[in-house]
Ligand binder design. Structure first.
Ligand SMILES: Nc1nc2c(ncn2[C@@H]2O[C@H](COP(=O)(O)OP(=O)(O)OP(=O)(O)O)[C@@H](O)[C@H]2O)c(=O)[nH]1
Ligand SMILES: [Mg+2]
Ligand SMILES: [Zn+2]
Length: 362
């Protein structure tokens, strides 16, 4: 059977790798499509035929166990496109290459996939009152956890004098991660930003509300496609203007996912992501006497030694400990949540078995 390879989808990031996954996954009359938007179970897809509205099939809904099993922005899906004017039906989600996951607000332990199949995450900060190194560190850990490569974008360069200092500060908390200083307002640095885009690449913009994510997308597009709004004057806090995640194809064959600024950023990550964020601490910890050293006072702790010698900064160490603690906390919560879910599932199975095996009444 010929593998579907559609040039237009190529500009959306479709590649032979996806084509393989698609043909392994599907023998039906489905076509590949990418999720542009999702709103309460209604999806906008882009496929060869153009943009279509879609929902998941009944079978899909039935077999999906968790929220993260459902399609999300950036996913590649297999969808059946109807001939008449009705909704397309999503039958499956192709296995994700990367996923930016967060704990959804209000629900205990439930994970939400913010964006799927992202190659590069642009961690956007504003150079106004928003600038906060500790927050950049948190975003970095989440970026490493997602499997995408981070790039730090310092926006609003037009409002700050000492740009070099800000750049150095950001570089200081992100070893080897590119730091771009840009202004969506004046266009400064946008060419440098564009240079990081490659054909078929998927980028996602992440950062607090008001840092200028949507303004940046508009500037790159050259038109006001997305709504933006002014920040509060006293503290530069945004007004949560973008309410939905959206995948936007750019001229030149890269796509960007604009996301709403998150109110809270819980750290769902594992130790290896933390080690990537805190490279210098991970490096030192190799020489700790105890393998499970917590670096908080054990004898022979190489991290404490490096701290005393000034090879590790106190702010970085404290930030590391905070993230460590938070990650542990979520891991424990997650375990409990999973146990409860598992119990519920077995209870349901048990109940249906009882129902089917009711002793016959005499
Ligand atoms: N001075 C200056 N203002 C900017 C720049 N980029 C964006 N802004 C302004 O910052 C405000 C917020 O921009 P948005 O693009 O709405 O911010 P956002 O990150 O998309 O915010 P949410 O959608 O709420 O997450 C707007 O008033 C923009 O005009 C910039 O480079 N310089
Ligand atoms: Mg926005
Ligand atoms: Zn130690």
């Amino acid at each position: 059977m010929d593998k579907p390879f559609i040039p237009m989808l190529e500009e959306l990031g479709w590649s032979p790798l996806w084509a393989n996954a698609f043909s392994a996954d599907n023998s039906s009359n489905c076509v590949p499509a990418r999720v542009l938007r999702e709103h309460r179970g209604a999806y906008s897809l882009l496929c060869e035929a153009g943009e279509v509205q879609a929902e998941v099939s009944g079978r899909f809904r039935h077999s999906a166990r968790m929220r993260r099993d459902f399609p999300t922005v950036g996913d590649w899906v297999a969808a059946e496109i109807p001939h008449i004017d009705s909704r397309a039906v999503i039958h499956s989600v192709l296995p994700r290459h990367s996923a930016f996951v967060r704990r959804s607000a209000g629900t205990k332990g439930e994970e939400q996939v913010v964006a799927a199949n992202v190659d590069t995450v642009f961690l956007v900060s504003g150079l106004d009152h928003d600038f906060n190194l500790r927050r950049i560190e948190r975003y970095l850990t989440l970026a490493y956890e997602s499997g995408a490569d981070p790039i730090i974008v310092l926006n609003k360069a037009d409002v700050l004098e000492d740009l070099e200092h800000a750049r150095q500060q950001a570089e200081g908390v992100a070893y080897g991660v590119p730091v771009l200083v840009v202004s969506a307002a004046t266009g400064r640095g946008l060419d440098e930003l564009r240079k990081t885009f490659t054909a078929g690449m998927t980028g996602a913009l992440l950062g607090s509300s008001g840092v200028g994510k949507s303004t940046l997308v508009n500037a790159l597009l050259g038109r006001e496609a997305l709504r933006t709004a002014a920040v509060r004057e006293n503290d530069s806090k945004g007004r949560h203007t973008t309410s939905h995640r959206e995948l936007i194809p750019l001229p030149g064959g890269a796509v960007l996912i604009d996301t709403p600024g998150m109110r809270e950023l819980q750290l769902l990550a594992d130790d290896s992501s933390l080690a990537q964020s805190f490279d210098e601490i991970a490096e030192a910890s190799v020489h700790c006497r105890f393998k499970d050293c917590s670096h908080t006072g054990e004898p022979g702790c190489a991290v404490q030694a490096a701290l005393a010698e000034g090879r590790i900064e106190m702010e970085r160490y404290e930030s590391y400990l905070r993230q460590c603690k938070e990650i542990r906390h979520h891991q424990i919560e997650q375990d409990i949540h999973q146990q409860i879910e598992e119990k519920k599932r077995w209870k349901a199975i048990h109940r249906s078995m009882k129902f089917h095996h009711k002793p016959e009444q005499r």
